[in-house]
Design a protein around this ligand. Sequence first.
Ligand code: FAD
Length: 501
Amino acid sequence: MSEIRNIIIVGGGTAGFMTAASLLNSYAKANIKITLVESSKIGTIGVGEATIPTIRAFYNELGISDPEIIAKTGATAKLGIQFNGWKNKDSSFIHPFGGFGHDFNNVGFWHYLNAYSPEILDGGLDDLALGAALAKAGKFALPDPIKNTTPIYARFDWALHIDAGLFAKALKEYSLAKGLNYIDAKIENVELEQENGFIKSIILEGGKSLEADLFIDCSGFEALLIGKALGNEFESYEKYLLTNAAWAMPSQKIENPIALTKVTAHSAGWQWQIPLNHRTGNGHVFARDFINDNDALKTLERNLPSEKLDDARLIKFTPGRRKAWDKNCIAIGLSGGFLEPLESTAIALIQNGIDRLKMFFPFDGIDEKIIKEHNRIAQKEFERVRDFIILHYKLNQRGDSEFWRYVAQMEIPDTLSEKIELYKKRGHFVRYSWEMFHHISWLAMYSGFGILPQNHEPLVENMGRENFEDARSQINSDIQNIVSRAPSHAQFINHCNEIVG
Ligand SMILES: Cc1cc2nc3c(=O)[nH]c(=O)nc-3n(C[C@H](O)[C@H](O)[C@H](O)COP(=O)(O)OP(=O)(O)OC[C@H]3O[C@@H](n4cnc5c(N)ncnc54)[C@H](O)[C@@H]3O)c2cc1C
């Protein structure tokens, strides 16, 4: 195969325009032509509004600042996710973007809690994470920038809640300004090379044919190229992830929203609440084997935080994935797979897919060995996120509906059961390669679900109970001081909008 000089991106959703913007920015001087084809008649999925902190590195690399993206996408800040009713009906805990407390003598903070204050480790960590404490108080402050010299409790990260449509629009404007060749047309057919099965061209409505060296499939659940044209089979995760549909419905803006995505468990799934500056995104993700579509919709309508702005839309999906790269086609976004939106990982997986494409970019032609390595990493990354999400269901102790009883008992992958066992033994974390979530995220889950290690880490004794208790109350009061001085979340967002104008 010859040099890659001509790329076609199929699809203009979040995946398509993130890919276009990033490639145009990185390869501005590489003499590569980039075309994006989408059908505005088909439209995009229109959800995907909660992110994780890596999104900021993505648009910062494009030269777009935080205030700019906040102003352009009606965004609010996100310091983590608040899980309501997951362990049991009355429970609530936060998975923040940042650490808890402070490690001492190279021994994790949680080991001290386990030995000396297990009642805190049992679901009481929120006040020991600055990000979580700020969010609960309706506040927001930027993290201390001198990361290496500040104690861990002053270090946290943040992400955004974005309007998906406005985000894609901002990236489209950026891409057009960078020279994107943009075509609005429906793709009717895909033509393959006879000798090797590579994609030769896409055929648009009206019969026009477009050829390229490399095709990026961002066509969403349609998987027009990687699935339909090349026949890559879909590997389903339905055995472990039972939710397979969502009702999505926007409602009025909430005044002074907290900087958290709220996820509230219901009888056969859960509801998201994503605050934007101009509206609230809501959705009920549910398992169709356990609740019918009508009842799932009623549950969402009953639990809206504000007056509805539009009718609900039903989105059906199957959790799972496909081979990410086959021949001269790479899938990025929903065409390559989807888990479920609980930990807001899909846009982050798009970002990783783009980074991986650039890392392995086949400038000099396509090489099977590179494809194999690329796909190995993509698969591992997907499976790691899958395991983390399964954990959220497996650890529940609700017992109040067939769904929650089923998922608490279900079989889980060995890679996950090993992790849970090791933590239960003496609070140790397993970190495999290509993990998206650090041990702190796993700790947030174990704590929130009330899973405590059975044995203490003996190294904590070097510090001792009294010294630890003093240090912990100092951390608590430092966090309270910072929170009391911080501006409100609404003030921060207004400030960003004002400076952009
Ligand atoms: C219920 C739900 C909630 C979600 N919530 C989150 C979240 O909070 N956070 C997060 O990170 N992710 C979330 N996601 C995932 C997120 O929405 C997607 O990863 C993201 O929007 C990217 O989608 P996409 O660009 O791959 O597909 P789409 O947005 O579906 O775009 C597909 C594109 O392909 C085009 N296309 C398709 N067929 C053709 C054709 N024949 N001819 C021409 N063009 C065509 C369409 O016009 C469109 O432009 C959620 C997903 C679901 C289902």
